[in-house]
Design a protein around this ligand. Structure first.
Ligand code: ZN
Ligand code: ZN
Length: 394
């Protein structure tokens, strides 16, 4: 058997796992070797994650109060904003800019989501875009099944290390690497702060009926666990449920339900088509609260340079929507020929004529590149570029 660590005595394995809980870059086997292994759940290593879920049971002892429940809800949405607006739209795709100190503050805030470090997150996410729904994709529901894509992949030994060579644009900042390496520091401080806040409220605002333990269970354990599963829906459900506007090379989909749960990430097919834009909801009716939040933040000057969706991509999407609705009308007419005997008979040909005219007009004015099947991949390309052999200098 090629796996050395599984042959270690249980005490040594437990010691290694314990060290890794604290220092996530500790990898005695070598990260490269680990990544080359097949997927396997590392139960020792994953204990903090199990503990996070088990902590929800604390509700049996601490009970509930409206204040604690609303705190959990507020922290869910606030931290979902951190997942999508920071882990995803800043660190993974660099869809806007900020100062170095601003970047550090963003990483601190994103650390409260308890989804490991921002660099770990960005490395895996860029990898997902490079290999979406192919066997290399760590969390494709089509390759690995629903549960593995939703939760299993983060328990796999090979997915624990961060490959800093693939995210050199982020790894050059030691403060970010430190936060990524000791990724339990921020969650522990956050949990302690919630406990302390609850204890203060118990003393100074007893009318709220809450206390330290209750805020810890609701604000940290329950809210964070639900936040994890809400985020996980993008890895699992967003490649299964919804509509495909763009013919990307994967099975990413757009879903309003997932967009609500994840503050805009549900427009996943849009995002797979064009990853550099700050917004994932490409049209006004595609609600994208993360984008609205980032726009507000930009007004303060804390962030800037939000990247738009190119007009050619918007036009391509409008044309695809249009063709889909014409096709849907044709299918409806085939399935329900009775409409040809109704008053719709007069309306449908006119609507079809307008549809064809609009499509023809759009085709005539669009730049040729809008039909280019190449899918935009932004900073995810760095992983390839940085590791490609350099041409000889003459
Ligand atoms: Zn992405
Ligand atoms: Zn995806």
């Amino acid at each position: 058997m090629s796996d050395q660590s599984s042959t270690l005595p249980p005490f040594r394995r437990a010691l290694t796992a314990f060290t890794q809980w604290v220092d996530s870059d500790y990898c005695p086997e070598g990260a490269e070797k680990l990544r080359a292994e097949p997927d396997r759940v590392d139960w020792m290593r994953v204990m903090p994650f199990v503990f996070l879920h088990a902590g929800c049971l604390g509700v049996i002892w601490v009970g509930a109060s409206p204040f604690a429940v609303w705190t959990a809800v507020a922290l869910y949405f606030l931290r979902m904003f951190a997942v999508t607006g920071i882990h995803h739209r800043y660190f993974s795709h660099k869809t806007y800019s900020t100062s170095r100190f601003g970047q550090f503050l963003l990483a601190l805030f994103a650390g409260t989501t308890v989804q490991r470090g921002s660099l770990w997150w960005a490395y895996h996410h860029r990898h997902h875009h490079l290999h979406s729904d192919d066997p290399e994709d760590a969390h494709s529901p089509h390759v690995h099944g629903f549960w593995w894509s939703h939760i299993g992949w983060i328990t796999s030994r090979r997915n624990f290390p961060t490959d800093y060579t693939k995210i050199k644009d982020l790894a050059k900042f030691p403060e970010l690497v430190w936060l990524n390496r000791f990724d339990l520091v921020v969650p522990i401080l956050f949990a302690a702060a919630l406990f302390g806040f609850g204890a203060l409220l118990e003393s100074y605002a007893p009318g709220l009926g809450t206390n330290g333990w209750q805020l810890l269970v609701w604000g940290f354990f329950i809210s964070t666990t639900v936040l994890f599963h809400g985020t996980g829906c993008i890895n699992s459900m967003a490649h299964l449920m919804g509509r495909r506007r763009y013919q990307t090379g994967d099975d990413s989909r757009n879903s309003a339900i997932l967009a609500f749960i994840t503050l805009g990430e549900g427009w996943h097919n849009n995002h797979h088509r064009y990853q550099s834009s700050t917004r994932n909801g490409f049209y006004w009716w595609e609600i994208d609260p993360t984008y609205y939040g980032l726009k507000l933040l930009a007004r303060t000057g804390f962030i800037w340079g939000l990247k738009p969706v190119p007009q050619s991509v918007l036009d391509e999407g409008a044309r695809a929507d249009h063709q889909a609705s014409v096709e849907a009308a044709r299918q409806a007419a085939l399935l329900h020929p009775e409409i040809s005997h109704s008053s719709l008979k007069r309306v449908v040909p006119a609507a079809a004529a307008m549809a064809v005219a609009t499509a023809a007009a759009a085709q005539a004015t669009l730049p040729k590149q809008a039909d280019d099947p190449a899918i935009h991949k932004d900073v995810t390309e760095l992983a390839h570029e940085l590791n490609a052999p350099k041409p000889p200098v003459i």
